[in-house]
Design a protein around this ligand. Structure first.
Ligand SMILES: [Zn+2]
Length: 171
């Protein structure tokens, strides 16, 4: 496999990078900020350098482009017609790397939220962010008091991880 892109490939890349709805990460940040959440960006030393790190909620948010990160079953994720193998390999590698990063984070008690660009289009944005808010609160509550587990719907695995991580943040 070669890393050298043809003109066409480069064009495809750039047009996807700079597509007009490509500021989803910014939108997410703004929403969180105006709703009173505080976070840090691209923290070094956190696996996968999440786009947004919310320490209080022990949550890492990744805002993923559907093409580069290979959003399965998504209509924004279509293989270019030429050099299919090249793209398949490249995107598969991204997917694997993502998976590994998420895994490490979860093993360390972090909640991983992956927001796909297709979920952040204007029409769906508010709904998506409301779901994010619910997940943040649930995870935070589960971290504070394991007894609350019975009253809120939290992914059982996530809950286990939260319980383990308890000491680190002195809740
Ligand atoms: Zn998608």
């Amino acid at each position: 496999m070669t890393d050298i892109m043809t003109k066409q490939q480069r064009h495809t890349c750039m047009s996807r990078i700079h597509s007009k709805d490509t500021k989803p990460e910014l939108k997410v940040r703004q929403w969180l900020w105006t709703h009173g959440y505080r976070y840090r960006l691209n923290v070094k030393g956190v696996p996968g350098k999440p786009d947004i790190v919310m320490r209080r909620y022990r949550t890492a948010i990744f805002v993923n482009g559907c093409f580069w990160h290979g959003h399965e079953g998504c209509e924004k994720f279509k293989m270019p017609k030429s050099n299919v193998e090249f793209w398949k390999t490249k995107i598969h590698r991204n997917q694997e790397r993502d998976k590994q990063n998420y895994q490490v984070l979860k093993e360390n008690g972090w909640q991983v939220l992956v927001l796909w660009e297709c979920e952040l289009v204007t029409k769906l944005f508010e709904t998506t962010m409301q779901q994010v808010e619910v997940l943040l609160h649930n995870y935070c509550l589960a971290t504070i008091s394991p007894k609350i587990k019975e009253y809120i719907k939290v992914d059982e695995d996530a809950f286990q991880m939260a319980a383990e991580a308890d000491a680190d943040y002195g809740f």
